[in-house]
Design a protein around this ligand. Structure first.
Ligand code: SUG
Length: 446
């Protein structure tokens, strides 16, 4: 196939842990302080990537962030040698330490919003790293994310990299977790669908009452402007505030799209009918398939626990669509029944494949959270850093790298151990060589 949508999965970093940092994300809070398994988590992520590659998909790898983030700890007043900084933070504020140790950059759906060249005014692929202002542990990601994206999509003739939006909740931006693109084929101009949780400057709109709405209307509009999108190829939709209050902290927990398919829960949007009408109108002659999942078949609670909508809908080389679903969908009777019925219906979705990403799921990150989608024409595929492609050889090399550097278990108390910092740095230093990224981490830049 000459034009494809490539998935770039975040490699799970060596400090993957359960710190309970994401208020509003049910799994993160429920698994707080549990013992994590970083090696198993990274291997599960690699098998997921290999599964897609074996289905004939083009699969890429995005490097994780360096953690702990010592520069943030120093900025917050912890001083001395690296070991002293960690020691002081562990004693006086272990929550800050765990935030600076979070491996949350693995969820690369939140790394950036990406607009392909067929949609942008200048015919280039645009990236805006997400500022992730709503959660402290995630707000420290965007600068290094920008560096990793530049090292991965490293040809300025083809790729444009914007600075992340201003770091303020008014412009809270969670990246592609709240962005879907519809098109007839990946190289054809499409409609970019931005879903937001609240308006920052106009309090007259509905907003959730309990949990935070992380993505704002103003941020979505700014990203569309930066990417040279127009009124004709964008749709902006307000998420239903009631479902945010039930644990739907990103739109990709309640809806997912691919090409001419939108798979969504009945309660996903505030004004469903007008949103669907606008998408179809802007898609012109391309007939959309709107697959609505009714509450009476799958409740919001089942959707949040199983991550039915945090699935990837992919188009296989033969043109059929497959859903890549977490095992939790198989374990939930209502959801499993729904998916078994769905593949028999007259929609483009013909298969379901279940995968094990439990280590990530326990922090609220399903298959769709773990990947950043980039639609690429043939010459654009040639312009990416080829060392970030998941080939059979790279899969073996990365597995060996994980086996060599990662711990089997990590408890919150282990974060005070200065040797974890050194292990993490030597792992990531080697990774930048495996992926030919150059120096992207603060500890490499001196
Ligand atoms: O931002 N969890 C992530 C999960 C991100 C899921 N991404 C998408 N839906 N696209 C978050 O809430 C938990 C970390 C902890 O509690 O240790 C965390 O950051």
């Amino acid at each position: 196939m000459q034009h494809v949508e490539m998935n770039f999965d975040g490699l799970v970093g060596p400090t993957h842990n359960y710190a309970g940092l994401s208020y509003g994300n049910v799994a993160s809070v429920n698994n707080a302080k549990g013992v994590s398994h970083p090696k198993q988590a990274a291997l599960q992520g690699l098998i997921k990537m290999k599964t897609l590659a074996d289905l004939g998909m083009q699969q890429g790898v995005l490097a994780p962030q360096a953690r702990p983030d010592l520069s943030v700890l120093r900025r917050l007043g912890f001083s001395g040698t690296d070991a002293q900084v960690l020691n002081k933070a562990a004693k006086s504020d272990p929550v800050i330490l765990s935030a600076c140790y979070s491996a949350s950059s693995m969820w690369t759906a939140n790394a950036a919003t990406v607009s392909p060249s067929a949609d942008s005014a200048d015919g280039k692929i645009h990236f805006t790293p997400a500022n992730l202002t709503n959660k402290f542990h995630r707000s420290i990601e965007p600068e290094v994310t920008g560096r990793i994206l530049r090292a991965t999509f490293n040809d300025p003739k083809v790729f444009v990299h914007h600075q992340h939006l201003p770091e303020n909740d008014h412009f809270g931006d969670e990246g592609a977790a709240n962005h879907t693109r519809f098109c007839s084929a990946y190289d054809q101009s499409g409609v970019e669908f931005f879903v937001y949780g609240r308006h920052s400057f106009d309090a007259s709109h509905p907003a959730p009452k309990k949990f935070p709405a992380r993505q704002t209307f103003e941020a979505s509009q700014a990203v569309a402007r930066l990417h040279g999108l127009t009124e004709d190829n964008t749709v902006f939709a307000l998420q239903n505030p009631d479902v945010i209050d039930q644990g739907v902290f990103h739109n990709d927990v309640i809806s997912v799209g691919n090409q001419n398919v939108l798979f969504y829960h009945q309660q996903a949007f505030a004004r469903t009918e007008s949103v669907l009408d606008e998408i179809q109108r802007k898609m012109g002659h391309t007939q959309m398939h709107f697959i609505q999942v009714p509450t009476e078949q799958v409740t919001i609670n089942d959707a949040v626990r199983s991550y039915l909508f945090n699935t990837q809908i992919i188009t296989l080389p033969n043109g059929e669509m497959t859903i890549i679903a977490p095992m939790e969908c198989q374990e939930n009777p209502a959801v499993y029944q729904y998916l078994n019925d769905l593949v028999k219906q007259p929609t483009p979705i013909k298969h379901v494949q279940y995968i094990d990403v439990k280590q990530s799921m326990q922090n609220g990150g399903g298959p769709a959270c773990l990947r950043l989608r980039v639609a690429l024409k043939e010459h654009e595929q040639a312009a990416i850093n080829q060392h970030t492609r998941l080939t059979d050889a790279k899969f073996i090399e990365l597995n060996q790298w994980v086996e060599k550097h990662y711990r089997d278990e990590l408890a919150i108390a282990d974060l005070a151990d200065p040797s974890l910092l050194l292990e993490s740095q030597s792992a990531l230093d080697e990774l930048t060589q495996i992926l030919h990224l150059g120096s992207v981490y603060p500890f490499q830049l001196g």
